[in-house]
Design a protein around this ligand. Sequence first.
Ligand code: DGL
Length: 276
Amino acid sequence: MNPKTELPIGIFDSGIGGLTVVRQIHRALPREDLVYLGDTARVPYGTKSPGTVVRFACEDTQFLIQQNVKAVVVACNTVSAWALPTLERKFGVPIFGVIIPGAQAALKRTKNRRIGIIGTAATVRSQAYSRTILARDDAARVFARACPLLVPLVEEGWTNQKVTLAVLRCYLSPLLRRGIDTLVLGCTHYPLLKRAIRAVTGNEVALVDSAESCAQFLNERLQSTKLLNQGRRRPGVIQPFVTDEVERFDELARRFLGVPTEPAWKVDVPGICAPP
Ligand code: DGL
């Protein structure tokens, strides 16, 4: 047996949004221990420059590696969009992002090959989803839209308010006019808006939850690389770390995660990586 199978999986995000990914991973792999880092002191990443996002991502990954994890999952779409190649080059553990699983899931779901992407300004600017989709199917058409107001609305708990529906209508109408039949929820926070998004798009548009696709992808990859912890009987433990005070984390974690965790710890991440 690979001695690494017993080690936890590390997951990080710019803040608490990545708990939507933790939720799906815990659901798909209930016996795996998970170590989560939410960089709550520096959130949001979605409005920052690529260089800053890459630097923060290196520091977050270094912290998780110090926790002796067997793999790192980049829950943050913004980081997955900008920093994955750098992280893969710099660190000697398997690194998983959310873009490839989300893009593959979208291609599986679409029938008319017209795919919408929503995400932070930085994710959309990177064109990472479009490039990944078009590399697999060059006849697909991709329409992307940055939706910067959605993260604060979700953090406020306004997932179904009138104002949220109005904002969603503004963001999604141009995509719907393009005839998309599939929409990728390309941000950690958007799974919490599924109901409201569905109310705007109707049932004809398939919603791809990048958190869900990422958990499935991780499950398959850990299995094929023999890193899956198959012997353990007890349920996996979720250990959260945050870089700002734990009180706000505790309050939001209940909503984003929905299952109990170990008490969160406040930590400093090491600023050891030079910008690329
Ligand atoms: N976690 C980010 C993402 O998925 C959203 C929040 C932020 O801007 O940092 O892109």
